[in-house]
Design a protein around this ligand. Structure first.
Ligand code: ATP
Ligand code: MG
Length: 412
C-alpha cells in the first residue's frame, strides 16, 4: 500500500528536533516568567472575524495566507495564522480589560498557506509576548528586552541584531503615507505587480517587499523621520533611551514595517544573516488599535512573536537528555528484581532503561549504543543475595552494591 505523506508545508518533529523546540519554548517561558509574564493558551481555530477584522483587509495574511473553512454547522472558522488577535479576543472574553496591564506569554502552532521553503512552513510554531494596557514607551523597551534576554538564554546574541523603527502616530503616518505614494507613483511602472497593488491599498507595505527590483526603488524612498510629529518623535526617543538602559543593542532601520496592519509607533525585528531569505526570527511592535477591534475599550498594547523553527535552526547543538543507566537482568528471578530496581532509579530522578532481550553481550552492546553512563547487572545469584554489579562505563570500574544503595550510588 502507498505510504501516506505529511501535508505539504507540514512536518513531523521527532527526537532531536523536538528537543530543540522544547529548549526554545522552555527558555522563553522561563525568561518571560522573570519579566512577570503569565502564559495563556487560546484555541487553535477561531471565528474567521477574529482575524479578518484585526489583521486588516490588506495584509498578506488575510488576503492570501489563511486556512479558512466552513464547519459542519456552517460557521466560517480559521486556523490561527498568529496569536495576537486571539489573545486580545480572550482578554475581552474574560473581562480583563478593566484589569490592566496584562502581561501574556504564549507558545504554540500557527497556520499560513505560504509557499514552503527553508524556514517557512504551513504549520509553524511561535512563542510570543504581549504587554497589554501600557501606553508608555517603557513597555515597548521592556518587551524588546525580554526578547533579547531570551535570545541570550539561547546563546544567540552574537547571531542576531535588533532592527528598530517607528511608524509614528496617526498624523505622522498619514503625512508619511502621502509622501510615499507621491514617490512610488513616480516609479510605478518599475514596481512589481504586488507592489503596484499595495500602492493603491497599503503603500507602506512596499517598504517590506522582498522583490529585488522593488528593493532598489525602496532604497531611495523617503523615510518617516521627517514626518514624525513632536509627540511621536519624543516617544521614539524614549524607547531608544530605555533600550540602552536595558542593555539591548539595536540598529535603526527605517525600512522595518510590520506585515500586519494594526501597528503604530514601535516596529522591530530581530534578524540574523544565517538563515538566508528567512532572516527574521522575532518581530513585533505596538498595536494600540487591536483590542478595540475585538469589541473592547481602546487599549494600548505592544508585543512580539518569534518563529520556533527559525530559532531552533540557529541553535548550535540540540540539547541532550541526561545519559541513562542500563539495567541488565540475567535470569528469570533477576528480571523481577531488576524491574523493582528500575522503578527505584526512576523515582530517584535517574534516567533508566531495561533491555528486553538478548544475552549479556547483546545487552551490553545495547547499553553502549544508548550512550549509558553505567550498567547495573543482576544475575539470579546477585538477586538472591540482594546485590547488583554496578559498572561505570566511563571508567570501567565495577563494584558490588546492595540493591537499596544502587540509586544513591548512581545519583549525580
Ligand atoms: P515573513 O516576512 O518572514 O513572512 P511575517 O512578517 O509574516 O514574516 P510575523 O507574522 O511577524 O512574520 O511572524 C513572526 C515570526 O514568525 C517571523 O519572524 C518568523 O520567525 C515566524 N514565521 C512567520 N511565518 C512563518 C512561516 N510560514 N514558517 C515559519 N516561521 C514563520
Ligand atoms: Mg509572512
Amino acid at each position: 500500500m502507498e505510504a501516506l505523506q505529511p501535508v505539504r508545508g507540514t512536518r513531523d518533529i521527532l527526537g532531536e528536533d523536538q528537543r530543540r523546540f522544547a529548549h526554545v519554548a522552555g527558555t522563553a517561558r522561563h525568561t518571560a516568567e522573570l519579566y512577570g509574564f503569565d502564559e495563556w493558551s487560546t484555541p487553535i481555530f477561531e471565528d474567521t472575524r477574529v482575524f479578518a477584522r484585526t489583521l486588516g483587509d490588506t495584509s498578506d495574511v488575510v488576503t492570501k495566507e489563511m486556512y479558512t473553512f466552513q464547519d459542519r454547522g456552517g460557521d466560517s472558522l480559521t486556523l490561527r495564522p498568529e496569536n495576537t488577535a486571539g489573545i486580545c479576543r480572550a482578554l475581552v472574553t474574560a473581562g480583563l480589560t478593566q484589569s490592566l496591564p496584562q502581561k501574556v506569554f504564549y507558545a504554540g502552532p500557527m497556520f499560513r498557506y505560504e509557499r514552503p521553503q527553508k524556514g517557512r512552513y504551513r504549520q509553524f510554531h511561535q512563542i510570543g509576548a504581549e504587554l497589554i494596557g501600557a501606553p508608555e514607551p517603557l513597555a515597548d523597551a521592556e518587551v524588546m528586552a525580554l526578547g533579547w534576554h531570551i535570545l541570550g538564554g539561547l546563546g544567540l546574541t552574537a547571531d542576531v541584531m535588533l532592527e528598530l523603527n517607528t511608524l509614528g502616530d496617526t498624523p505622522s503616518r498619514d503625512a508619511y503615507r502621502r509622501a510615499l505614494v507621491a514617490y512610488f507613483e513616480g516609479h510605478k511602472s518599475a514596481l512589481s505587480a504586488d507592489s503596484q497593488d499595495r500602492l493603491a491599498r497599503n503603500p507602506m507595505r512596499i517598504l517590506d517587499s522582498k522583490d529585488e527590483g522593488d528593493r532598489t526603488i525602496v532604497g531611495s524612498a523617503p523615510t518617516i523621520g521627517a514626518y514624525l510629529t513632536d509627540e511621536a518623535a519624543g516617544f521614539y526617543e524614549t524607547v531608544r533611551t530605555h533600550l540602552a538602559g536595558f542593555g539591548v543593542p539595536f540598529r535603526e532601520n527605517p525600512r522595518i514595517v510590520r506585515g500586519l496592519d494594526y501597528y503604530s509607533h514601535t516596529a522591530f525585528e530581530f534578524v540574523t544573516t544565517r538563515l538566508g531569505a528567512q532572516g527574521t526570527v522575532m518581530a513585533g511592535g505596538r498595536y494600540d488599535g487591536l483590542v478595540a477591534e475585538m469589541g473592547g475599550p481602546p487599549t494600548p498594547a505592544v508585543g512580539w512573536a518569534a518563529g520556533i523553527e527559525r530559532l531552533s535552526m540557529l541553535l548550535a547543538e540540540a540539547p541532550q537528555p541526561p545519559a541513562a543507566v542500563a539495567v541488565i537482568p540475567l535470569g528469570e528471578r533477576a528480571e523481577a528484581t531488576a524491574v523493582t530496581l528500575l522503578q527505584k532509579l526512576r523515582h530517584a530522578n535517574i534516567r533508566a532503561e531495561i533491555a528486553y532481550r538478548g544475552n549479556m553481550k547483546k545487552r551490553m552492546e545495547r547499553a553502549n549504543k544508548l550512550g549509558a553512563r553505567a550498567v547495573v547487572i543482576i544475575g539470579d545469584d546477585e538477586a538472591a543475595r540482594g546485590v547488583a554489579a554496578v559498572k561505570d562505563l566511563a571508567t570501567g570500574t565495577q563494584v558490588e552494591v546492595a540493591l537499596e544503595d544502587v540509586a544513591r550510588s548512581l545519583s549525580v
